[in-house]
Design a protein around this ligand. Structure first.
Ligand code: MG
Length: 484
């Protein structure tokens, strides 16, 4: 019902509506003194003559329409989900396969609803646990689980000093757990929230290594028989550590720690082309071969080695230079067209921007927990689409099954996906983590349940305590530290 009210130079509409409850609104409009006002005389004329057009004109006014909108009950689809708050954030540490793994569990005000995220920084696990339990928990309590982007942005700057691996890993655990929660609330796997599948499963490469080229060949053939079409080949450890050369002079001199490793860089540079030649001869042309240099030789030597590998057409060569030597990429690009993968040591997505804009490498090697989770990784993945640079997320043993699942969900939804690094999950690992991604014929698939699909058995996890002991130091013959 609508009643007209006149007060001095204003005309008013009293609107009374009935729905679930009776509601009333009054709208006043000035009738004199401004060009846009409806005059009292015109309004009277409208009412007196019952001018349909005039009355409709009043009803079309923005004020009238806004008042009408407020009285409509929002349809169910526009209401969104009820607010859920974070009640606790805590770290769970475990090492069922030897590597320290750190998981973030985000608990909520909704009974039974929680999320899991990977915060694994194997070498400094206790530092990440402190960041989670002592700082992130307090920061997150009472906040809305749905505002993932805002949570990421605000947690990122909440310490003012930022952009380091400890805080980034803690942030990743939170970010992945929030995506897990949002997908559980939506009753969908996470990849659906990222845009849905662009492939039925995720092509992967696995690791073949041996002390000799013959051992590497045997390992490659084993994986080819399992259906892998991409295999990374390494002689011994990274840089052939422990394979080529023994008894370095620094050990005899008592320099460094007893557990420090030795790398003979010249022996490595000579051995890798021979390994490629042997594997190509024995395994044929169909299998894609990859190799990780792990930033262990001088930049100019890295360029010369990659040029030598051209004739074996590798799928990609990984980490030719340390992040401190990014300027060398321009010379590498000028010297050879062998595809290159880079980025697992980058701390911040801004480090990817200029090398990608300049198309200095072909594959993005993001370690998702290192970079801060799914939210920032998706931004780099989408940037790659503009420059035809593909993803090749880091997926070694020091990524938890929750992190491997996060990799896989992004891979499923990213058009410019390149390849995914994979490892097998041992029985011990699967006794702690249920719903791990699965491998078949060289393809990885996720557990198709709402969320990331991986859960943790905390009782089992407690059986495998983490350790603070690790030594990644590699030295030259004279004891000089090699910077990876
Ligand atoms: Mg690498």
């Amino acid at each position: 019902m609508i009643l007209f009210i006149f007060v001095k130079d204003h005309i008013g509409l009293l609107i009374i509506t009935s729905g679930k409850f009776f509601k009333s609104e009054i709208i006043f409009m000035k009738t004199q003194g401004t060009k846009s006002a409806t005059s009292r005389r015109d309004a009277m004329k409208m009412i007196a003559t019952g001018s349909a057009a005039g009355i409709l004109g009043l009803f079309r006014s923005p004020l009238f329409q806004a008042a009408s909108q407020e009285n409509k009950e929002a349809p169910a689809y526009a209401k969104g989900m009820p607010a859920v708050k974070i009640s606790k954030v805590r770290a769970i540490a475990t090492a069922p396969a030897g590597s320290n793994l750190v998981i973030v569990k985000v608990e909520t005000t909704e009974p039974g609803l929680y999320g899991l995220g990977c915060a694994t920084f194997t070498q400094r696990a206790e530092a990440v646990i402190t960041a989670i339990n002592s700082y992130l928990d307090d920061f997150c309590r009472g906040k809305d689980v749905d505002n993932i982007e805002d949570m990421w942005q605000s947690a990122y700057v909440s310490s003012y000093w930022r952009n380091g691996p400890v805080l980034n890993n803690a942030l990743s655990g939170l970010d992945e757990a929030l995506w897990d929660i949002k997908a559980k609330r939506a009753n969908m796997p996470v990849y659906q929230l990222l845009g849905g599948k662009v492939r039925f499963a995720v092509p992967c490469y696995t690791h073949a290594s041996g002390q000799t080229p013959e051992e590497v060949i045997t390992s490659v053939q084993k994986f080819m028989a399992q259906g892998f079409r991409h295999v990374r080949i390494q002689l011994g450890g990274y840089g052939s550590v422990g394979t080529l050369g023994n008894n370095p002079d620094f050990k005899g001199a008592g320099f460094g720690a007893e557990s420090d490793s030795f790398m003979d860089q010249r022996a490595y540079l000579n051995a890798v082309p021979k390994m490629f030649e042997s594997v190509r001869k024995a395994c044929g042309e169909e299998v894609e071969l990859l190799h990780d240099m792990h930033e262990r030789v001088e930049p100019i030597d890295a360029i010369n080695l990659i040029k030598k590998l051209e004739e074996y057409h590798p799928f990609f060569i990984e980490d030719p230079f340390s992040p401190e030597n990014m300027e060398w990429f321009k010379q590498l690009r000028a010297a050879t067209s062998v595809p290159v993968a880079m980025g697992e040591l980058f701390n911040n997505i801004n480090e990817f921007r200029m090398p990608m804009v300049d198309q200095l490498f072909d594959f993005i090697r993001i370690h998702i927990s290192q970079i801060g989770g799914i939210t920032p990784a998706m931004k780099v993945a989408r940037l790659g689409e503009w420059f035809n640079i593909k993803t090749a997320w880091h997926g070694p043993g020091d990524v938890s099954p929750v992190g491997h699942a996060a990799n896989c969900h992004i891979d499923l939804a990213t058009w410019n996906f390149g390849i995914q690094e994979s490892v097998s999950f041992s029985d011990k690992l699967q006794s702690v983590f249920s719903g791990c991604p699965t491998m078949k014929n060289g393809y990885m698939s996720v557990n198709e349940v709402p969320g990331l699909g991986v859960d943790i058995n905390e009782k089992e996890a407690a059986k495998y305590p983490i350790t603070t002991k690790s030594n990644w130091i590699v030295r030259k013959r004279d004891g000089t530290v090699i910077r990876p």
